[in-house]
Every structure is written in structure tokens, then in C-alpha cells.
Ligand binder design. Structure first.
Ligand code: BGC
Length: 389
């Protein structure tokens, strides 16, 4: 949703409300937002130019994130230069260089590779430009002023918990389930250059470990190390290929039956599900498809959950994250210290970056309506069609 439309739709409302209202397409716009360097709604900008660097448009969450940050900043009178980098590190570095050349007064960055933009940040610091690290921590640089994100370790705990619920080992309320196993599972992790991937995997593995130790859960491929399970750049095709390879190497000829897959992102989940279905599993959970988890509540995956195909996802309300990024940027530009709720967890190898962490929720088929529809993140029609409007 572009700033102008956003303003037309939400004129007169307070910022917190307008950010929340920026959805129905919480994660849904398909418009090209790369022309985002405008002051919203024709308002006169008083606040200066802010550069917003997002990693990619292949995942709808980053489009929604970028547009929500843009809307919130323009609402406060800033001009915004919003760029997406096609998951290409060089492109993102060039975009940030260009933003600095263009005279931005602050930067909001969701890095592709957390370690790759230190030179850009040095240039930013030399010009007195504050930097907000958005969702993914920027590493190896002292020039990161604030970090807004979710409790990433807990996201991993939630992913593993939903796998245990799907297998019947736990109930949704956390009590012990009726199933006893043993069950066969396989594990997937995100991109190694994304700091979050390590937090998600640590949270998940700590949760699964007791069940693996007592034999309730087995990983027949033996691939449990993040060096073996990671998927570079979170690519769906790479996850599908790895699942196909695992099925061929470990699950052919009645060797073993697969019961569950830990997946850390909905795009990967859909690749994994395609590989499983092509190999004859399912097509739905009721018909024998293994339990597959996810993250981001992408519309295509929410439909799969409603249809009993994907088991779960993690809902991270990007509207709230964008809201925090806007508040933090505004504070920094006013020379104030943004309000942090965590000053210990996120060490970027140079310093502990003060952070604001948000909470996430597990989505199952039976709480789609209360958490996603009632909050206006997706409409019932979008969930029925699997397509964002
Ligand atoms: C984000 C996740 C997202 C993943 C892939 C991570 O940094 O925290 O929400 O699923 O990137 O885009």
C-alpha cells in the first residue's frame, strides 16, 4: 500500500491506529513500492529524509514491513527513500551508499547479510546518521544505534513447541499429550548469514533436545547441526531440493517413515510440503502428510493451515515492528534515547545493541480467526483464496 493511498484510507487517525489499520493487507500488497521516496499524502515534509533498506520483495512480509515503516515515518512528516535489494548483498550495499549520498538523516536497515555492510555504516557514522537495525541484527559494527525485533529465541521455542503439538506429544496448553512416539523428524534452519536463524534454531533445539535424548524423537538422516540444516537466503527451492534429497537418502524402500519437519519460515515450509506431496505423502495431514511448522503467517501458508496441509506458523505482527522502528527513529532524530526493553541479549560482536523485543504467537488452524482475522492482519476472503488483496 503506497503512502498516498494509506493517507486517504486513514486520514485523521492517530499513528498507532493507522499503523494497525494498514492491513487487511498486513502483509499483502503486491504493488511495486520501490518508488517510495515521497512525502506521504502531499504533506510538507519537515523531518528530513530517512532511508529504509529492506532485503527482498520475494517474501510478502518484507514488502509489508517496508510500506508500514514508510507510512509511519511519512505520518510524522519525514520523507522516505524505501529500497528493496532482491536478496543481493552488493545491491543492498549500493542502495545504502546512495541513501547516504542523497543526504538521509537516519537509516532503518533489515540486512541481507548481517556482517556485510560495516563500511556503509562507517560512512553513516562519519556523517552523524543514526542507524536502526530492523528485525535482523547488523553484526561486526559499532555503528548500530538501536535494534527492533521479536524475541527470536522464543520464536524458535514456539516453532518446536508447535511441532510437538502436531505430533501429539504436547497439547496446545503446554500439558503432556496422548502420543508417546517414537517419531521421526527432520530439521531445517534459515540462512547462516542472518543472525536470527541462529536464535530460531537454538530455541527450537533446546526445546526438542529432551525428546531426542530420551528417544521420543529421532532424526534418521543424522543431520542435526545448523551447518547441515541451513538454507542459504531462505530459498524455497533450496528447501524443496534438500527435502527431496533427504527423502531419497533416508526414507525410500520403507526404511523409515517421516512424521514431522521443523521448518523456520513459511516459504521453506511450502517447498518442503511440495517435496513431500510429490513423494506420495498426504496431500493433507489427515491423509498422512507429516507435521510441518513455519514462520511469518504468509497468506499462502495460512490457507494451507486452514486446509489442514501445513500444521502451524508463527505470527509476528509486522505492523507492531514497523511502529517500533518509527518510534525509535524519531527518538534518535530528536537526539533522544529510544526506549529499550532488552539491553543484554543482542551482542553484535562489537557491542550489545539496545533492543526492543516484541512477542509472537503460534498460529494453528483453530486460532487463525482470533489472531489473524480479528486483528485485521488478513481478511477471511484472503485466507479462503490464499492471495493477498
Ligand atoms: C525473519 C523471519 C523471516 C526470515 C526470512 C528472518 O530474519 O526474522 O521473519 O522468515 O528472515 O525472510
Amino acid at each position: 500500500m503506497k503512502a498516498k493511498k494509506f493517507f486517504a484510507a486513514a486520514a485523521g487517525a492517530a499513528m498507532a491506529f493507522t499503523l494497525a489499520a494498514c492491513s487487511g493487507g498486513g502483509a499483502g500488497s503486491t504493488e511495486d513500492p520501490t518508488d517510495g521516496s515521497t512525502a506521504g499524502g502531499g504533506e510538507v515534509s519537515e523531518g528530513g529524509l530517512v532511508g529504509v533498506a529492506m532485503p527482498t520483495q520475494t517474501s510478502e512480509r518484507w514488502i509489508a514491513d517496508g510500506e508500514a515503516v514508510e507510512s509511519g515515518l511519512t505520518d510524522l512528516g519525514y520523507e522516505v527513500d524505501l529500497q528493496f535489494a532482491n536478496d543481493d548483498i552488493a545491491t543492498q550495499s549500493q542502495q545504502i551508499d546512495q541513501m547516504i549520498t542523497n543526504g538521509v538523516e537516519a537509516l532503518v536497515i533489515a540486512a541481507i547479510d548481517g556482517t556485510a555492510i560495516a563500511p556503509q555504516l562507517e560512512a553513516a557514522a562519519a556523517s552523524g546518521i543514526p542507524v536502526v537495525s530492523y528485525d535482523r541484527l547488523i553484526l561486526d559494527s559499532p555503528n548500530v544505534d538501536f535494534y527492533v525485533t521479536f524475541d527470536n529465541y522464543n520464536v524458535g521455542v514456539q516453532q518446536a513447541t508447535s511441532l510437538l503439538v502436531g505430533l501429539g506429544l504436547l497439547n496446545q496448553d503446554g500439558s503432556e499429550g496422548e502420543a508417546t512416539g517414537p517419531f521421526n523428524i527432520e530439521l531445517f534452519a534459515g540462512s547462516l548469514d542472518d543472525n536470527n536463524a541462529h536464535f530460531f534454531y537454538a530455541g527450537a533445539m533446546d526445546t526438542l533436545e529432551p525428546y531426542m535424548t530420551d528417544g521420543t524423537l529421532t532424526v534418521p538422516s543424522g543431520q542435526t547441526d545448523i551447518e547441515q540444516t541451513n538454507i542459504l537466503r531462505w530459498q524455497q527451492e533450496t528447501a524443496q531440493k534438500r527435502m527431496e534429497d533427504l527423502l531419497t537418502s533416508t526414507y525410500t524402500g520403507g526404511d523409515a517413515e517421516l512424521h514431522g519437519v521443523l521448518s523456520p519460515y513459511d516459504g521453506l515450509s511450502r517447498g518442503i510440503i511440495t517435496a513431500l506431496q510429490n513423494a506420495g505423502y498426504g496431500p493433507s495431514i489427515d491423509e498422512g502428510l507429516p507435521i510441518v511448522t513455519g514462520q511469518d503467517a504468509e497468506i499462502a501458508s495460512v490457507k494451507l493451515i486452514a486446509d489442514g496441509v501445513q500444521f502451524s506458523t508463527i505470527f509476528k505482527d509486522t505492523r507492531k515492528l514497523a511502529d517500533q522502528a518509527v518510534v525509535a527513529t524519531d527518538s534518535l532524530l530528536k537526539g533522544e534515547e529510544p526506549e529499550a526493553n532488552d539491553t543484554e541479549t543482542y551482542d553484535n560482536n562489537v557491542k550489545v545493541v539496545p533492543s526492543f523485543l516484541l512477542e509472537s504467537d503460534i498460529i494453528y488452524e483453530d486460532n487463525i480467526e482470533s489472531l489473524l482475522v480479528d486483528s485485521g492482519y488478513w481478511t477471511a476472503d484472503e485466507i479462503a483464496s490464499g492471495v493477498a488483496e
